[in-house]
Structure formats: structure tokens, C-alpha cells
Design a protein around this ligand. Structure first.
Ligand code: PLP
Length: 438
């Protein structure tokens, strides 16, 4: 009792300090609405994904002006339909009653198909128990981060980079260490990377081909990442969602379009690689929500448990569609990539033809990431101006991190005719606003 009373007295003495700390925390980080309880500091820095915010701006313009035809270059949504054979497989599965709960880590048939696909494409043997299926690739980023990071662990990731990398660090309580990319966006600034990885680093995120730059990391840079990961005993999360969208200059290399160079194939790396991939981009299945992680079994088991308690499982009929996507004919992937290549070449040439804009040739994904020289304008202001004046929606580079300033991101998934019109409108609007550059 005496101990309990002493504890109560100690708590009472500590309370004002705790309250003051809590008040400071809530004013600097957490949010509240009126008298409602506050939200956590964990979510205080979360921001909307730029593409969704732009979607709202486009909707506002269309509400204001019913005749406005906004050309949509902001979203990473494949410009093709999901292959018919995949849609048919899902329809048959629904008709056949595949509408109940499925296994949380994924249906065995799908995990086997994914393990076989990863083994075939990366040249490294995986089995079904190394694989966890989720609703899209995003859970494959988020849940492993929760599973490997404690508060104070550092996570290194590309800047500019996919916005979920910063968000997943915030939610895991990890310390974000964004590392700038080199000027063509293909890879990290390797000196900055070397300076950022240390004994506190728990995970290095790589994304090749990358969003937003379309850059493909040179193999020697991937080897450096592997060396650093082994030296400091950390994980590498390799986000390979665009791995089937590489535009090989060497046609012979492009012939075997299924072979993917992955960090997991380097010596001693399989046991520390969290390989993330999915169906959204390769099979034009963004709305189906289907992706996966392949990683060591002890981590896969923890990711499975996080899946059990967060999303539960992925719809059974969606998973059957996934089996069809991976095991059926793959010609749609090559046809799509060939078409994107034509669109990429057009868009990059057209951008480089605009005074004040300069765009490296991206080797993968379906994004162009030009920089601009115009004075006294931020990337956000320029993107807003182009939406209002040219009625072209694209994203400011800063939606992907501070190092994206003075860049724009365009996705070239749309029809060539729309891309032509978009480029003409952008050129005309910029000439009007920056006549000195014409
Ligand atoms: N990783 C990167 C780099 C992406 O660009 C995206 C989507 O745009 C994802 C992951 C998420 O993919 P999914 O829609 O399958 O969750």
C-alpha cells in the first residue's frame, strides 16, 4: 500500500510536467477538431498523395466549367484495360462462388504462382512460404516497414520518391533519411547515399525503375546498396512494381522481357531483401488491389500477422485473376511496353522542344520528370498554373520530396493524340507566361 501511495504521489507530481509535454506535443504535432480528442503524432506528418489532391482540383475546375476538357497527365494509371483473360477468370471465380474469406497470406495457388514467377524472372529460388499477398503493392511497403522498424531506426529512401516511403516511416516511428537523386533521376547521388547509411540504418528503399523519374539504377549502384546493407546489417526494400517496364536500348536484351535484374540476386542479399511487386502496372490492374512481398520466411510470418489484423485477406476471386495474370500468355505486357515506348519518345522530345524545359530520357516506368528554368515560380505554382491555364493536370516534383523542386512529373500513359494536345497546350501556356524564354 505504502508503495502504491508513493506511486500515486509520484504520478501526481509528474502530471503537470506530463500535461505540459502532452500539450506541446498536441500543438506541434497532433490535431484536434473542437473539443474532440486529438489524433496521434504518428499521423501528424501524413500528407495526401499529390495525384489524389490534383484529382480534387480537376473536379473543382470541371464543376466550375462544364465544357473544360482537362488532359490528365497526373496519375500513374495504365492506359490499357486489364487483359480479357484475367477479367474472365475473375468473373468465372465469382460465378463459381469464390466469394468467401481467403487465407491471410494469400491463396496457396497464387503464392505458388508468385514464387514461381519471382524465381523465373529474378533467377533466385523463392517458395510459397516466402510470399505474402496483399491488396496492392502498398501494403507490401507499409506492413514490412512496421514489421522491421522500431522508433529511432533510420530508413533511407529516394528523394524525389514515391510518397508512401515517407508515410510508412512516419507510421512506424522510424526516422526518415531521404537521399537526393542524381540530376538525371536514374539513381541516388551515390556520395549522399554513402554518407546517409550508418549503424542506425534499418532499411534502405530502392525503386528501379523509379517513380517519379522513370530512372533505372545502374547495376554498380545496386551493388553499392548491397554492400552498404551487408556492412551495416540492414534490410533492403526493393520496390519493383515497374520491373516489367524497362525500355532496353539493346533490343537483344529486350527480347527476354521477363528477365529482371534484382538486388535479391546479389551474393548474400536474398536474406535481407524485401521484394515488393504487384499486378497494378504490369497487368493494368490498379483497381483490383493485388500485390505481394517476397522475403525471408520469419519476416513473411510477421507480415502475415499484420495482414490478419489489418486487412484480413484479399478477395478470393481477385487472387484467382492474379493466378491467370501470371501464368497465362504474357504478350500483353510486351505490347503495352512497346506502346509506352512510342509515347515516351514523343513526350520527351516534345518537352525538350519547349524553351526553359529540359527532360532526361527515362529508361523505365511511364513517367517523365522534366526540370524547368523559369524564375520566381515553384513547382507547385507552375503545376497549378498549367492546370488553370492549359487545362493540363500534372504533378509538381515536390509531391515526391523536397528535392523534386523545379521539376514536374508527367505520366505518359494516355493516348498519343491526347499527349500531342497536352504538349501543345503546355508549350503555349508557358510561352504566354514566360515570353523571355521563347
Ligand atoms: N510503388 C510505386 C513506386 C508506385 O508508383 C506505386 C503506385 O503508383 C505503388 C508502389 C503502389 O502500387 P499499388 O497500386 O499496387 O498499391
Amino acid at each position: 500500500m505504502a508503495v502504491a501511495r508513493a506511486a500515486t504521489r509520484a504520478r501526481a507530481r509528474a502530471t503537470p510536467r506530463r500535461d505540459a509535454r502532452a500539450r506541446r506535443a498536441t500543438t506541434t504535432a497532433a490535431t484536434r477538431d473542437g473539443d474532440a480528442p486529438t489524433t496521434s503524432r504518428r499521423v501528424a506528418t501524413l500528407r495526401n498523395e499529390g495525384a489524389y489532391a490534383t484529382l480534387e482540383k480537376v473536379a473543382a475546375i470541371e464543376r466550375r466549367d462544364a465544357t473544360a476538357r482537362v488532359l490528365r497527365l497526373e496519375i500513374g494509371q495504365p492506359g490499357f484495360e486489364t487483359p480479357a483473360r484475367v477479367r474472365d477468370a475473375a468473373t468465372r471465380a465469382i460465378e463459381g462462388g469464390e466469394t468467401r474469406y481467403a487465407a491471410p497470406s494469400g491463396a496457396p495457388r497464387l503464392r505458388e504462382a508468385i514464387a514461381a514467377y519471382v524465381t523465373r524472372t529474378r533467377g533466385v529460388t523463392y517458395d510459397a512460404d516466402d510470399v505474402v499477398v496483399g491488396p496492392g503493392a502498398k501494403p507490401g511497403l507499409f506492413l514490412p516497414t512496421l514489421a522491421v522498424c522500431d522508433a529511432g531506426d533510420e530508413v533511407v529512401y529516394p528523394d524525389p520518391g514515391f510518397p508512401t516511403y515517407a508515410a510508412m516511416c512516419a507510421c512506424a516511428g522510424a526516422t526518415p533519411r531521404p537521399v537526393p537523386l542524381r540530376s538525371d533521376g536514374a539513381s541516388f547521388d551515390m556520395a549522399a547515399l554513402e554518407a546517409s547509411v550508418n549503424e542506425r540504418t534499418k532499411m534502405i528503399v530502392i525503386n528501379s525503375p523509379g517513380n517519379p523519374t522513370g530512372g533505372v539504377m545502374p547495376r554498380e549502384d545496386v551493388a553499392t546498396v548491397a554492400r552498404l546493407a551487408k556492412k551495416f546489417n540492414c534490410w533492403v526494400m526493393s520496390d519493383e512494381i515497374y520491373s516489367r517496364l524497362i525500355y532496353h536500348d539493346d533490343e537483344a536484351a529486350g527480347e527476354n522481357d521477363e528477365k529482371i535484374f534484382s538486388i535479391c540476386a546479389l551474393d548474400g542479399m536474398k536474406e535481407r531483401t524485401i521484394l515488393v511487386d504487384g499486378f497494378s502496372k504490369t497487368y493494368c490492374m490498379t483497381g483490383w488491389r493485388l500485390g505481394w512481398v517476397a522475403c525471408p520466411k520469419h519476416l513473411a510470418e510477421k507480415i502475415k500477422l499484420l495482414t490478419v489484423h489489418s486487412v484480413g485477406c484479399v478477395a478470393a476471386f481477385t487472387q484467382i485473376a492474379g493466378v491467370e495474370a501470371l501464368t497465362g500468355p504474357q504478350d500483353s505486357v510486351k505490347a503495352m511496353r512497346d506502346e509506352y515506348r512510342v509515347r515516351r519518345d514523343f513526350v520527351v522530345d516534345a518537352l525538350n522542344d519547349i524553351p526553359g524545359i529540359s527532360c532526361p530520357v527515362p529508361q523505365g516506368a511511364f513517367y517523365a520528370f522534366p526540370s524547368f528554368d523559369f524564375p520566381d515560380v515553384t513547382a507547385q505554382e507552375l503545376a497549378d498554373y498549367l492546370l488553370e491555364d492549359a487545362r493540363v493536370a500534372l504533378l509538381p516534383g515536390t509531391d515526391f520530396g523536397a528535392a523534386g523542386e523545379r521539376h514536374l512529373r508527367l505520366s505518359y500513359v494516355g493516348e498519343l493524340s491526347d499527349l500531342r494536345e497536352a504538349m501543345a497546350r503546355i508549350k503555349a501556356s508557358l510561352a504566354k507566361r514566360f515570353p523571355d524564354f521563347v
